[in-house]
Design a protein around this ligand. Structure first.
Ligand code: FES
Ligand code: FES
Length: 153
């Protein structure tokens, strides 16, 4: 079957099987390997992308379910020299080590920032509890999100 999706602002099409996952489509067919696969069981959040403006774990969404939707991946957020404020905040606060979790963290954190909710350490930790990091201990990730949100980090 064919799926037509807008990915990072550009129309894309691909042939997929009915059981192809969105993350497989993004990484395999479209070469967008910034979206990572950590667990494949909807736990780690490494595969988080935005689907019609909301964070989803792309290992739990079928490619066919994204038909006609807008998908944003980490590659669509910023670029070297023109980082998104969240990317810049992660860099400034040293919020990553190996970087495996970082794209998913940032895509998940976007929802938090755009929610309009007043963020503090507790709400950021709660909001990102579906995103695992095995390196940093989370402290600087929380600082980065608060910095990008304009809250006191
Ligand atoms: S790879 Fe999707 S949640 Fe872990
Ligand atoms: S920086 Fe390594 S898993 Fe988060």
């Amino acid at each position: 079957m064919k799926v037509s999706i807008t990915v990072n602002g550009a129309p894309r099409e691909a042939e997929v099987a009915p059981n192809t996952l969105l993350v497989e489509l993004l990484r395999g067919s479209f070469g967008l390997t910034g979206t990572h696969v950590g667990c494949d069981t909807s736990q780690c959040g490494a595969c988080t992308v935005r689907l019609d403006g909301k964070a989803v774990k792309s290992c739990t969404v079928l490619a066919a379910q994204a038909e006609g939707c807008e998908v944003t991946t980490i590659e669509g957020l910023g670029a070297p020299g023109a980082l998104h404020p969240l990317q810049a905040a992660f860099q400034e606060t040293h919020a990553l080590q190996c970087g495996f979790c970082t794209p998913g963290m940032i895509m998940g954190a976007l929802d938090l920032i755009e929610s309009g909710e007043r963020l503090d350490e507790a709400s950021v930790r709660a909001g990102l509890d579906g995103n695992y990091c095995r390196c940093t201990g989370y402290h600087n990730i929380v600082r980065a999100v608060l910095l990008a949100a304009g809250a006191n980090a």
